[in-house]
Design a protein around this ligand. Sequence first.
Ligand SMILES: Nc1ncnc2c1ncn2[C@@H]1O[C@H](COP(=O)(O)OP(=O)(O)OP(=O)(O)O)[C@@H](O)[C@H]1O
Ligand SMILES: [K+]
Ligand SMILES: [Mg+2]
Length: 665
Amino acid sequence: MIWQAVKDSFVKLNPRVMLSNPVMFVVEIMAVLTTFFTFSALSGAHGSLWFNAQIAAWLWITVLFANFAEALAEGRGKAQAASLRRARSETRAKKLVGERVEEVSSTRLNKGDVVLVEAGEVIPGDGEVIEGIASVDESAVTGESAPVIRESGGDRSAVTGGTRVLSDWIKVRVTANPGETFLDRMIQLVEGARRQKTPNEIALTILLVGLTIIFLLVVASLEPFAMYSGARASLPVLAALLVCLIPTTIGGLLSAIGIAGMDRLLRRNILAMSGRAVEAAGDVDVLLLDKTGTITLGNRMAVEFVAAPGVTPQMLADAAQLASLADETPEGRSIVVLAKEKYNLRERDLAGLGAVFVPFSAQTRMSGVDLKEREIRKGASDAIEKYLAESGEKLPPAVNTVVEEIARKGGTPLVVAENRRVLGVIYLKDVVKGGIKERFAQLRRMGIKTVMITGDNPLTAAAIAAEAGVDDFMAEATPETKLALIRRHQSAGHLVAMTGDGTNDAPALAQADVGVAMNSGTQAAKEAGNMVDLDSNPTKLIEVVETGKQLLMTRGALTTFSIANDVAKYFAIIPALFAVTYPQLNVLNIMGLATPQSAILSAVIFNALIIVALVPLALRGVTYRPLGANAILRRNMFIYGLGGLIVPFIGIKAIDLLLVLLGLH
Ligand SMILES: Nc1ncnc2c1ncn2[C@@H]1O[C@H](COP(=O)(O)OP(=O)(O)OP(=O)(O)O)[C@@H](O)[C@H]1O
Ligand SMILES: [K+]
Ligand SMILES: [Mg+2]
């Protein structure tokens, strides 16, 4: 990998590539000019060939070191891309054309095609499960060997091309054209092929360009001044002076820091679609999570039928099953199964009954079926209440009590009504994910407020919120209210992160500053967010925030170091330049460097070496501690500001001594 990075450092010398890094581009120009000067007839007049050649060499090395830092940061992603490419290899697909199955190559599948994937087969493309349920091995993408369940209807319907079905079968509607799949995008991302500068990086680059222009003017104005005093400096000396004064340390490491940040996330199995999101994560102070599938395990299963007074449990189960036969959500399927298990109710042929199915939607929070003489609805109690109110009906008090009892236990009550008469309640049970409370406590210590948003009723929400330990919750939410909540927080000046998995979370994921979609979620959610958590673990946001903070801190620390550093180099070079003409300036020569030439050479060498010396820090990031922002700032100013001032004095002196010892000056 290091060897590859060395080779890439030379490839990156291409001026068109260098142009994206203005500070290093200036260094490259100086290297070219110095080289030209050294080997042209001009050089005879000024200075020695040996000295000029050394300056030229070290300027080139400075550029190469900066390129090396970037290439090394990219290298880790490239290795990962290679293994992802293997998962993307071509497979056979069973395309469904009407009733027929047609064998085609996976590369010829387009958006909208439907394929059948059976046990043992590789899923030929990204898509949404439209029928069936299967366990899937996603280790090719996630590196995680435990199989996951993928099923139609619910929030676990997205499948990724290149993963393998282990048991059962699924029908998948393809959602990505060849070349635009999740794996393709992942490969581009880890390779950094589509990396764009973030707003923060652009702002910093502008600052660095500003400093570069100022020093360019300073150095240019030295020339007439030096001419007047008779101590005329040669081009290589001026080039050396300029390169030492402009912020080359941060200029050389800036892009490596950004790439390394995204890479650190990737190694934690989080795919960041943009560097901007990683930066925003560093400042997030509100986290919104949806409940089902994010805070809870997400398979809300029917466990009990509680009939209303004067209704038998069989009647309730019968109506509930009828209303769920065509309901492809996991909740709907579990109701059909429970009715079969408890009351031996067999599935009936809906088409034969002339039934019209009313599918579940996040807006109505209700679903059902219309038969010739029966209109059955099931849904959230407030939704059914509204539905009943249309014909002047109300929820019976006894049913209300049951609803509250189930909700207090953290369950989801679904009220069933037939022909506007309430038959009873279905108890849907879900389980809060293990260890989640401690993780939320950790988020609180980091200064992040957690808010759970759910379509469920307030009592259920309160029970789950208490069990999971979130700071706040919002119940009976629709996609619109989720979105509005985020906007409200944002306009109050907060930076909002959102994790979710459902299609109804998609608008909110898109609006959030950091939108983390669960890999297990729907295709819509994954496309809306700017990060995907391959492990589908909502508390991973802790790692996302840590990485974001670490990225911002590392950049700040190295910028401080770089600028402090340049100040110190000033003291090494200026006295050396003018010491002969103005002996008074010798008071500035506190380093006591051997000769003016060795002083200049030492400063240039130090300037180049400090870049490689800081590569490990740039790639690893400074150590993150959960301290307040001010404390961190003070600490970093102290360490990197003071360090940046002191280190060059020691470093340049040491190099000067070494040069004298080796007789190189
Ligand atoms: N298949 C269904 N048929 C009828 N009603 C349903 C069905 N599934 C869920 N509901 C009701 O709709 C409400 C909202 O469900 P939904 O899955 O949209 O919640 P959500 O907004 O995603 O929130 P969360 O995922 O956090 O629970 C549920 O609380 C439940 O009362
Ligand atoms: K510099
Ligand atoms: Mg949901």
